[in-house]
Design a protein around this ligand. Structure first.
Ligand code: ADP
Length: 253
């Protein structure tokens, strides 16, 4: 409980700092992006010219910063889930489609969906859940740049023990997650990708916890990774902090 508390406080501090940094950086970054775009338009396209190369490098770095700032804003945005009981299928499908259209899609990529037909509706904030699933699908796709198999399964469990819940699992046949990466998986800003922000999974966890759900990671090196989300089928009201982390329970302190 103590570790959990320290983690929450750290996340809350990171969230606040992120919001103000993102705010301060966004405007000047926009000015730089516009200037680079204008200079690029008026320059002579020539791969050997230093000016052209520098403009290219600037454009790339501006894009990278923009990605980071967008991630920060997303991360710091207050999570106030508006739970509505609704079907899960379309949200999963929508997030999958949007991820597939953002990432380059290798021709050898296989996508399988296994949605239980009698799935009960789930209390959720569809927009937030879309964002969480989108992040998970992106990670799965990015783990398989040469293609592979992406499988999404949706089911539910109503038998005791444990409260009734829906299960969404996303499996990829990527490289899997090494133990030293696994330890830091949910740390904000931890990334192993050249263009990563390290905010994808912390955002996923914040959103799932705001639904009083759980995130489970199973990975085998060389075989792939399965991330499973458990979402309760019965909603209960609960307070939330502005950093997207569920408010502390009194008995935690
Ligand atoms: P980002 O995607 O920006 O790196 P995330 O928080 O989403 O940020 O992920 C953190 C790290 O976790 C990734 O850099 C990667 O090393 C690892 N990771 C996440 N999902 C997977 C996956 N499906 N397969 C292998 N590694 C993964």
């Amino acid at each position: 409980a103590q570790r959990e508390l320290v983690h929450r406080e750290r996340m809350a501090a990171v969230g606040e700092l992120s919001a103000s940094v993102a705010h301060e950086v966004r405007n000047p970054l926009g000015v730089i992006a516009n200037a680079v775009a204008a200079l690029t338009r008026s320059a002579q396209p020539d791969a050997n010219s230093t000016t052209w190369q520098l403009l290219g490098a600037m454009g790339e770095e501006v894009g990278r910063l923009d990605l980071l700032i967008t991630g920060l804003v997303d991360f710091a945005r207050p999570l106030e889930p508006q739970l509505m009981t609704q079907p899960l299928g379309p949200v999963v499908e929508g997030a999958l489609e949007s991820a597939l259209s953002t990432e380059p899609r290798p021709s050898t990529l296989q996508v399988t969906r296994a949605l239980e037909p009698s799935l009960p509706d789930v209390p959720m904030d569809a927009q937030l859940l879309h964002r969480a699933l989108h992040n998970l699908f992106l990670n799965a796709l990015q783990a398989m740049p040469q293609g592979g198999s992406l499988r999404v399964e949706v089911s539910h469990q109503e038998k005791p023990p444990g409260p009734p819940h829906a299960l969404i699992s996303i499996t990829d046949t990527g490289p899997g997650i090494a133990p030293e990466v696994m330890q830091r998986l949910f740390d904000p800003f931890f990334t192993t990708k050249a263009l990563g922000t390290g905010l994808g999974l912390p955002i996923v966890r914040g959103i799932v916890e705001a639904h009083r759900g759980q995130v489970e990671v199973n990975s085998t090196l060389g075989q792939g990774t399965t991330i499973t989300l458990r979402l309760p089928l019965t909603s209960t009201s609960r307070g939330f902090t502005t950093t997207g982390l569920p408010a502390q329970k009194e008995n935690d302190v």
